[in-house]
Design a protein around this ligand. Structure first.
Ligand SMILES: NC(=O)c1ccc[n+]([C@@H]2O[C@H](COP(=O)([O-])OP(=O)(O)OC[C@H]3O[C@@H](n4cnc5c(N)ncnc54)[C@H](OP(=O)(O)O)[C@@H]3O)[C@@H](O)[C@H]2O)c1
Length: 232
């Protein structure tokens, strides 16, 4: 766990009422959080989905979701630019998105080894504080492998961010949702659990996940990233 004291987590905003967003909404409701979900269309359309699949969560605008203690982005990464940065100004934002070329199309900017995709998210959301988490976890893991603290089957969840207090706050959130936080480095280190890495979709314990994240630099992708960033 990170050293810095965590901020409070009483409410969770979720942007994207899809498979991941609604799975996270159900976990957050089970943890006793107030859950505010924003979709792409009008609020009534989002409400229809939320009432059916995550009853107890509230359909809201993007700006309202951004006023929660933590706000998770769970939309296709290729649609990032649809989000108005001003609506999320001041928000602690969890980037749970991945570059998925089948969905997002060929986007060399999102596959650039000199930056993590979460740095691209941060560059768009200039007035938010972005932390990368939850995106490396499979939908199966989110829906079936959340366990209470201390349970022997608990899985690890990687977290990368530039500000220790924000990383600590997201670690608290991850713990409340049912996973053991594994904090590592800065937002640039988010590349260590993007698609194509060993940690992506691993469904492993915190210790095993930490070992995978450590081994990243010995992998083929790790060497490509290190070379592109002038680390070799
Ligand atoms: N599926 C997984 O196993 C998994 C696991 C971890 C992370 N992820 C990542 O999580 C993200 C979502 O994946 P998913 O599988 O949940 O996709 P999904 O089921 O297609 O859901 C995406 C949701 O985002 C909404 N959306 C799109 N643009 C939006 C906008 N501008 N504002 C608000 N909502 C918007 C969509 O609404 P409309 O339908 O109205 O367009 C849809 O409800 C992706 O980046 C993915 O890489 C996926």
């Amino acid at each position: 766990m990170p050293d810095a004291p965590a901020g409070q987590v009483r409410s969770l905003g979720i942007v994207g009422p899809g498979r991941v967003g609604l799975a996270l909404a159900r976990l957050a409701l089970a943890a006793g959080l107030e859950v505010l979900v924003a979709g792409a269309g009008d609020v009534d359309r989002t409400r229809a989905r939320v009432d059916g699949e995550a009853p107890g969560a509230r359909a809201v605008t993007l700006a309202e979701a951004g006023r929660a203690d933590v706000t998770v982005l769970a939309i296709p990464l290729g649609r990032l630019r649809e989000l108005d940065p001003q609506a999320l100004a001041g928000a602690l934002v969890v980037d749970a998105m991945n570059y998925w070329w089948e969905l997002d199309g060929a986007r060399p900017d999102l596959d650039d080894p000199t930056t993590s995709t979460s740095q691209t998210v941060q560059a768009h959301l200039t007035d938010s504080r972005v932390v990368k988490a939850l995106g490396h976890m499979s939908l199966y893991e989110l829906e079936n492998l959340a366990f209470p603290l201390g349970h022997p089957e608990r899985r690890g969840a990687a977290i990368a961010g530039d500000h220790p207090r924000d990383v600590a706050t997201v670690a608290r959130l991850v713990d409340m949702l049912g996973f053991d936080p594994v904090a590592l480095g800065s937002l640039a280190d988010g590349v260590r659990f993007e698609p194509g890495t060993e940690a992506f979709g691993a469904d492993e314990s915190a210790d095993e996940l930490a070992a995978m994240l450590h081994r990243f630099w010995d992998s083929q992708r790790g060497r490509v990233v290190a070379r592109a960033r002038g680390l070799l």
